[in-house]
Design a protein around this ligand. Structure first.
Ligand code: NDP
Ligand code: OXD
Length: 306
């Protein structure tokens, strides 16, 4: 069996040695133009030439949960693409989103500002029952985030494409339910994949459907949100603030106004980082499962885009 790695953004050495450890007997090499045909590929943001040359793949493993960059390439319709399925990302995402939600609900930014001025001043507690948190995207990551938020007893809502049932979460499904869902969210957490259906989903019209004073947490992909509309609604006071981990253009340019907006927290796409050891273990396990003829989780529906 031959496995090729195409990870232009990273040092391939640790990936190659760990894959060799978990797949003894396989030939595992970094891809170069003109390389021999492989049975499996492990790749992040490969060039089109890689796809055009590697025409005998039994599966391509995407080194990430989101496949939007990969799906910008021309892919053979029958190519089996497998994305990372948690692999240590879900707990990180739960941690990040809980931090953002708790920081907003408990007004820690205001307490930090007071502390800098040496001000001892208690603020009135907010009503938990009025603080509804809505999660867009109830997949691997959204489900874990919902489970983590339940501990804090906020009313929870969820929105997905197909109808879902999650303990403690009032679930909405499909485009027709979106206005009703948005109108009830004091905090909106975005965990949708970027697809033709979700690109620019959160523009002015949809963000205005949130109640006045709502808060946005975007940990999915930047292109789901129209940043100029977000800035306008923060400026008008319709939105109270945002925690943003992802941006339309990354890295976010130093001059971008989101960096300096007092109600916006910016992080550099770190809410759930790919963990090398867990990812390699998962990918190697799935390669062995496919070789045995078994099914694997995380197979992407290319037509649907996730
Ligand atoms: P999944 O594929 O497991 O879940 C996607 C969810 O989104 C599903 O619930 C799906 O609905 C829903 N969905 C998709 N399209 C629509 C639509 N048009 N309308 C309504 N709901 C829709 O993905 P993951 O949870 O694994 O990951 C989600 C995204 O998080 C990734 O695609 C990636 O972009 C992002 N991500 C960001 C990271 C970061 O560090 N910032 C790290 C990892 C991932 P249904 O259940 O009906 O299929
Ligand atoms: C991913 C990411 O999709 O890191 O895994 O954003």
């Amino acid at each position: 069996m031959r496995v090729c790695l195409c990870y232009p953004d990273a040092d391939p050495a640790p990936w190659l040695s760990a894959l060799r450890l978990h797949l003894p007997g396989a030939v595992i090499e970094s891809w170069q133009p003109g390389a021999a045909m492989a049975d499996y590929a492990v790749a992040w943001a490969p060039p089109q030439q890689f796809i055009d040359e590697q025409t005998r793949l039994k599966a391509l493993f995407n080194i990430g949960a989101g496949v939007d960059r990969l799906l910008q390439l021309r892919l053979p319709a029958q190519l089996r693409v497998v994305c990372l399925d948690d692999a240590g990302m879900a707990v990180q995402m739960a941690e990040y989103v809980c931090h953002a939600v708790l920081r907003h609900f408990r007004e820690f930014a205001a307490y930090e500002a007071q502390a800098r001025l040496g001000q001892w001043q208690q603020r009135a507690p907010r009503a938990r029952a009025d603080f509804t948190v809505g999660i867009m995207g109830l997949g691997v990551l959204g489900t874990r985030v919902a489970q983590a938020l339940r501990v804090f007893e906020y009313p929870l809502l969820g929105w997905s494409r197909s109808a879902r049932q999650l303990d403690g979460v009032a679930c909405f499904a499909g485009a027709s339910a979106l206005p009703q869902f948005l109108a009830a969210c004091q905090v909106l957490v975005c965990l949708l994949p970027l697809t033709p259906d979700t690109q620019d989903l959160l523009g002015r019209a949809r963000l205005e459907q949130l109640p006045r004073g709502a808060y946005l947490v975007n940990v999915a992909r930047g292109a789901l949100v129209v940043e100029d509309d977000l800035l306008a609604l923060l400026g008008s006071g319709h939105l109270a603030g945002a925690t943003l981990d992802v941006f339309r253009s990354e890295p976010l340019s130093a001059a971008h106004p989101l960096w300096r907006h007092p109600a916006v927290q910016v992080t550099p796409h770190i809410s759930a980082q790919t963990l090398e050891a867990q990812s390699i273990l998962q990918i190697a396990g799935k390669i062995l499962a496919l070789e045995r003829g078994a099914a694997v989780a995380g197979v992407v529906d290319l037509a649907r885009g996730y």
